[in-house]
Structures are given as C-alpha cells and as structure tokens.
Design a protein. Sequence first.
Length: 342
Amino acid sequence: MAQVRLQDVAHLAGVSMKTVSNVVHNYPHVSAGMRERVQKAIDELGYRPNALGRRLATGKTGLLALAFADVSIPYFAELARVVSAAATRRGYRLLLEQTDGTLAGERAVVSSSEAGLVDGVIFQPSVMSSYEIAQHRNDVPLVLLGEGPAPLSVDHVMIDNARAAGEATAHLLALGRTRIGFVGHEERGQSATSSQRLMGYQEALERAGIRVDMTLLLPSRTISALGAADAVGAALDSGLRFDGLVCRDDLAAIGSLRALQERGFTVPGDVALTGWDDIPMASFTHPSLTTVSADTLALAENALDMLEERIGGYDGVGRHRIVEYVLVTRESAPAAAMPVAV
C-alpha cells in the first residue's frame, strides 16, 4: 500500500496542505471545526507524519526517547507506560531504548547518535558516572531519572530513596521487629539505588539505637527474584535468623517470600518484610506486599516539563526535583496496631 501523503489528507478534507500541516503540528490558531474536519481525514486515511520530514519543516520530529537498563524489569515497564501516556497527551510519540545496563549502551544514549532523530531524551543511567554524562552532553535535550548524581548542567528527577528506606525500616521497627535485614542489593558493583536504600535502612536502625549487624545484609548475585531467593535461602540454611526484611525492590521481596515459605517460615508472623516499586503483582502475592510506591506520574510529568522547556530553548543550570512516595501497607507488614487508651 502506498504511503499516505500530506496532500492526500488535504484533498480529502478539501483544505490546503498548509492547513493540514497546522493541524498536525497542533498550532493554536486553527478553528475547532477545521481541526475536526482535518482530523477526520487523517483518521480515515491513516496518515502518519514522517519524522525526518517534520524535522526539516519545523526543526522538530515530535519523537522523544526513554532509555533505561531493562524493559523486562516490572518497574521500568510500568514507568514506560506512564511516560508514554504522558508524552502522548503532549503530542509526542515515545521511543524505548534498552541499554542492558552496559557502559556502551548508556554511552550510545548520550552520544550524537540521537541528534536529528528525537527532540529529547529521558534517561535513567545505571553505570555511567555524572562526570561522563556531562562530558558526552550534546545538542539533544536530556533529563535524568533515578538515584545517581546528575551533572550541574543536566535536569534530574528522583524520589528521596534514603528517606523512603528509612520509613520502611521504621515501619518494621514499629511492628516490634528488632533483627531486621536488608536483601537484594548487588553482590558486586553496588548501584546508587542500592547505596541510598542501604543508607536509609542503616540510619533508621541507628536512630532506634540498634547497631547494624553486617550478617543481616544479604546481597544478591543478580537483581532478580531468583537472586534474592537464593540469598535468603542460603542465609536461613546457615542458621541465620531475622524477624524483618527490607527488600531492595518488589522482585527481591517476592524471592524472599518464596525462600521463607519453602522453609516453613510465616510472613508476617515469623518475618515481616517490605518491598519497593509497588509493581502490579505486589497486591496479588500471598501475602500481599507492603511496598514503597513512588509517584511515577509526577516523575513523568516533571521530566517532560523540563524536557519541553529545554526543547523550547531553555539553557540554564540543571534543575533537581524530588517527587513524593508513599509506603503502601499490605499483609507482609501490616499497619502497626494503635495503642489502646486506658
């Protein structure tokens, strides 16, 4: 089937090609009736603007890129859904780029290879340093997500991971748990995400007057449910005991649940645990997961706000925004009972 052209839409709608172009580019001076007429012809013909042609005509392609390590990780899949929907509401299409968490993959994201293809990039790095990101910066506007430090020249959106981890730990303390472990951080090459969550966990224990027991830190060979299940299972098999677990993410919590249940421990009776990310399956595990839930919509909207400002010409110092989170309490670590008044 021949590609539908701009002039085909103009012919069907009975308008000029300029009018069709104005509707496609969402120019505000087009009347509602004319916009509806042209949009009907676009829908009927299935017209899709050519990105490179649009770049030549307007200086923009209407495409944005979202880049992160692994689309199979549930949190990233949900983040992609939220960012895509928010970008669509603003008139953009979103391209996903998976870096596999490799330095080469991340360097490709911030290299000049994106120039001319997309108007801007939202990027959650896993291994690139702030210094290297600053060195590779080019003419493609860039906004960073995640827990790693950002260059002074680049915009950044995140949640306060240390504070959230401290809140999860304090929640377990309020349930009367005193031997609280941390599970799921990397065995080697600890990420900024794990470092901040471990720091929040440690600080909460210290505020409660509890010294950190290094034997209760259970690293995982891989950031996965299997890796966490292996780590918790090996610890239990060695005789280590704990009554609470702060898990790096929901996958680590799911793996921990499996290891505990296979060995006859009850959750939350013997061990209360918390996850992180509030992935869709978190409310369907047995027991359901208490978990840190970031405001991903606010994260997406803040990132897109700053990216659009950069696309529009803003060239000021990088901005740093922190969005909110909540600790969603479910069965794996239910809300602490209120004291009875006497």
